[in-house]
Design a protein around this ligand. Structure first.
Ligand code: HEC
Length: 93
């Protein structure tokens, strides 16, 4: 039972992370990055499938920006955490 609850929370976070990556984060990560699991094919920045960043590295890029990539001051700490964990795991699929 607790396993079922845990996995439904995990997949809800997965859906939210994917939605943030594809459109809810503005500008969308998908405009610039490839992430196969999300169907994203952006080519401005590095492919997440090649990079396979851990969550801390994604979080740092989202919070501070890096190179041509903007920071995302409008995302909440929760959204940043969910998006970072999503990218870290989805990039390894
Ligand atoms: C306008 C294009 C653009 C958008 C939008 C964008 N990025 Fe980036 N991103 C880049 C570029 C370019 C780099 C490479 C920066 C460099 O190394 O100079 C990068 C680098 C990264 C890195 C690697 C950071 C590192 O430590 O090397 C991660 C992770 C990343 N982006 C995730 C994201 C996520 C998640 C989003 C959405 C919240 C996003 N990016 C939105 C262009 C973008």
């Amino acid at each position: 039972m607790s396993c079922a609850i845990f996995s439904s929370v995990a997949s809800a976070n997965d859906e939210q992370g994917k939605n943030l990556f594809l459109k809810a984060a503005v500008p969308a990560c998908a405009i610039c990055h490839t992430l196969e699991a999300a169907g994203a094919v952006g080519a401005v920045g590095p492919s997440m499938n090649d990079l396979q960043p851990d969550a801390a590295r994604v979080m740092n890029a989202i919070k501070n920006g890096i190179g041509q990539m903007p920071a995302y001051p409008n995302l909440t700490p929760d959204q940043i955490k969910i998006l970072s964990e999503y990218v870290a795991s989805a990039s390894r699929k």
